[in-house]
Design a protein around this ligand. Structure first.
Ligand SMILES: [Zn+2]
Length: 406
């Protein structure tokens, strides 16, 4: 065997000590001897070196790009510092101890500063260390070796490893996220404040508009009320005016109808429709004379009896009064209706064509002329007495100074 032993096994009862103190041990493959006074410890520790780097179990060579990044620019044994990013999350560091006396008996201890709490021990059969899923940050890999006699080299080999975390795990990212959250919260409250302010403003505007509208309506109503009052006042005034006007109008109408009647009476044929015979004329006279009652011209009694038509007899003194008594027709010697026509014609004051009148009435011209003269004379008397410019023909029927019969 490399370390000089005959084999791993020795046999029982196959040892002896020589006279000089040399000790013999027999085994399955021969024997070994040593002199206890000649045994000395090997005092030289091995020098430890980092000899390889694997990522995802694949060896990394200088200038080789692993997942888009060059990790080594020179052999790993000459490299002091490497930079990995979060994608290189499984890596293995290989190391060895430079000591050639029984190197398979070398011991190793390693630790990743900032990750391992204590040294990790391993032997010559497993000279590597694997790390997975490290957080971002700076780490120092240290490895030291001891020789077969357990003499440790106090100076470890070192490799500084920087792990660049994913952006989502950086402080900057956390800061940005926090800032965003703060910003969102701030914006949320700001927006709410803005909305509230806007709503308040909108409400105020609505209230203002409504108030204005109500004021306008109130003003309108007041105005309408005023208008209505004014109108009702106007209506009252108009009504009064209308009333006055109506009175005037009815008076005018009365005047017009009287004038019409007068116009009709002036036409003999029309006249005959009103006064077709002497009874019609007598009725008119009777109304004029006795319409308000009978008074005896002799004794002043108001009691009377009617023995014959259009004659009234006093019940006290038996005086008989005819309907023509005291009228302009007293002692008339031609039909009373013709005389009434002449009176009406004469009362207009127009010039009379006696010839035409005589033909119309079928009367002698002299008869027409005399009665016309009589009416005219009476009109003059009345004018001198009353100074009335215009008189109705009705006024000419009753003689004022004929209190007593002739
Ligand atoms: Zn009498």
């Amino acid at each position: 065997m490399e370390d000089g032993l005959q084999d791993e096994e020795f046999l029982e009862n196959s040892s002896l000590t020589g006279v000089d103190g040399t000790m013999f041990f027999g085994g399955t493959n021969g024997f070994n001897l040593f002199h206890p006074y000649k045994i000395v410890d090997n005092p030289i520790p091995p020098i430890c070196m980092i000899t390889g780097l694997r990522i995802f179990q694949k060896p990394v060579f200088p200038h080789q790009k692993i997942l888009g990044k060059t990790i080594l620019t020179k052999p790993i044994s000459e490299t002091r510092e490497i930079i990995l990013n979060y994608k290189h999350n499984v890596f293995t560091i290989e190391f060895t101890g430079l000591h050639f006396e029984y190197p398979e008996k070398n011991k190793y201890a390693y630790m990743l500063e900032n990750f391992d709490k204590t040294w990790q021990y391993t032997d010559a059969h497993r000279r590597e260390a694997t790390y997975t899923n490290l957080d971002g940050g700076k780490y120092i890999f240290k490895v030291k070796a001891a020789n077969s006699d357990g003499v440790w080299n106090p100076v470890p080999a070192e490799l500084i490893i920087h792990i660049i975390p994913p952006f989502t795990k950086t402080l900057l990212f956390k800061f940005i996220i926090l800032s965003l959250i703060i910003l969102v919260v701030f914006l949320y409250f700001e927006a709410r404040l803005l909305i509230t302010r806007r709503q308040k403003k909108l409400l105020q505007m609505q209230v203002a508009v409504r108030t204005k509208e109500i004021r306008r309506q109130r003003d309108e109503i007041l105005q309408q009320k005023e208008q209505i009052e004014q109108q009702s006042h106007e209506i009252r005034r108009m009504n009064e005016l209308l009333k006055k006007h109506n009175i005037k109008l009815s008076e005018e109408l009365k005047g017009i109808s009287e004038a019409r009647v007068m116009q009709k009476l002036l036409d003999y044929n029309e006249f005959r429709k009103f006064f077709p015979n002497k009874d019609a004329c007598y009725k008119l006279l009777a109304n004029l004379k006795w319409g308000k009652g009978f008074t005896c011209k002799k004794c002043g009694s108001t009691k009377y009896s009617v023995d014959e038509p259009f004659v009234r007899r006093c019940k006290i003194c038996n005086y008989k009064e005819s309907v023509t008594a005291g009228t302009i027709f007293h002692h008339l010697r031609f039909p009373i209706e013709k005389a009434l026509y002449i009176l009406i014609i004469t009362s207009t004051g127009r010039t009379i064509n006696i010839t035409q009148l005589s033909q119309t009435l079928n009367l002698r011209m002299k008869t027409c002329w005399l009665f016309h003269k009589k009416v005219k004379k009476y009109m003059n008397e009345r004018y001198k007495k009353h100074r009335r410019k215009k008189e109705s023909w009705i006024d000419l029927l009753l003689m004022e100074d004929s209190g007593t019969p002739k």
